[in-house]
Design a protein around this ligand. Structure first.
Ligand code: SF4
Length: 330
């Protein structure tokens, strides 16, 4: 008897896919260089995967795309919490700014922790790819399986981050900002290089003393990314924000600062820039575009598996990759 479901699965991943409007980001570069198939899954196969009527493979690819690692979730939540706390504080009573900032920041941390707990306990992430879950939790990593232990780990991190941030002179300066200084709408920043959009998440963006500033937060508590790659990512974000500032606010000097949190590097401030950023982006774009065939089509066979067991072991696209393998042998 014909197995229609298997045939649909096979058809879903063997047909060419229309390439998206091309843009570049540090994450895109990182995924491309780690594994071409992972890149294909994230940037092409996941297209439309939010729709329950798309093939299972596309939905799995979409799910993998939005599952964050523990470090990525901490970094993102720190950035969002600081941005929201500052926006609330800056709109409030100017005499109580410092106190309000601390209060709102703690409240954001508390909301984020509760939200995470709800998502994990009720497995909400299975029905909505935008609900929080960690790659490490899904794959049963030691210390990440038990929800209570995981939540305690998150609480410990936020307690420590709050202590570091509240003592930092940089944050004390920032807590004196006014509402009009903050660029709360700039969650993503787009620079343009040779006509190609270049995206970063800069963290908090504001004007201070005639200068365009960004403060970013990056956490590294697992060894999924090497220290070299971690530092490179920070200097790239700083450099792309500088490029963005020069393009959008040419008359303002630009500074970008990143707080890095890790067990051995707690709350270190980094202003490092990458001198060759433009040529790195151009070369990276050329490599990616070379895999798009005429007609703006991409074919799965042009994106081979990496063949590196160490990369596969920690790959967040592994479940979609396994589905592709399974349907190849139908
Ligand atoms: S499991 Fe390995 S081959 Fe498959 S997408 Fe991930 S890194 Fe690439």
């Amino acid at each position: 008897m014909r197995d229609f479901q298997r045939e649909v699965l096979k058809a879903a991943h063997t047909k060419p896919i229309q390439a998206d409007d091309f843009s570049w980001s540090p994450l895109r570069h990182y995924v491309f260089n780690a594994c071409k198939r992972a890149y294909f899954i994230r940037y092409y196969m996941a297209q439309g995967g939010w729709d329950v009527y798309t093939p299972t493979i596309a939905r799995e690819a979409y799910f993998c795309k939005y599952v964050l690692t523990y470090d990525a979730w901490l970094s993102q939540t720190l950035r969002d919490s600081i941005r929201q706390a500052l926006a609330r504080m800056a709109a409030g009573d100017p005499r109580r700014k410092r106190r309000d900032f601390g209060f709102y920041l703690l409240r954001q941390f508390s909301h984020a922790t509760f939200d995470l707990q709800q998502s994990l306990t009720n497995r909400e992430y299975r029905f909505d790819a935008n609900r929080p879950v960690f790659f490490e939790h899904l794959h049963g990593y030691e210390g990440f399986s038990c929800i209570d232990t995981l939540i305690q780990r998150v609480v410990d991190f936020f307690t420590n981050a709050y202590s570091v941030l509240s003592k930092s002179p940089l944050m004390q300066d920032v807590s004196a900002l006014n509402f009009v200084d903050l660029r709360t709408d700039e969650k993503f920043c787009k620079a343009v290089l040779n006509g190609i959009p270049v995206w970063i998440v800069p963290g908090l963006v504001f004007f201070k003393e005639g200068c365009l500033c960004a403060i970013n937060c990056e956490a590294r508590f697992t060894d999924r990314i090497s220290m070299d790659d971690f530092n490179r990512r920070i200097s790239w974000t700083n450099s792309i924000f500088t490029m963005y500032g020069k393009q959008h606010y040419p008359s303002y000097p630009v500074t970008c600062t990143t707080f890095t949190f890790s067990p051995d590097l707690n709350g270190i401030v980094c202003n490092q820039l990458e001198e060759n950023m433009e040529s790195i982006i151009s070369a990276s774009c050329d490599e990616m575009r070379a895999l798009v065939r005429p007609g703006e089509l991409v074919f799965e066979e042009d994106f081979p598996k990496c063949g590196n067991p160490d990369t596969c072991k920690i790959c967040r696209y592994a479940s979609a990759c396994r589905m592709m393998d399974a349907s190849e042998h139908l």
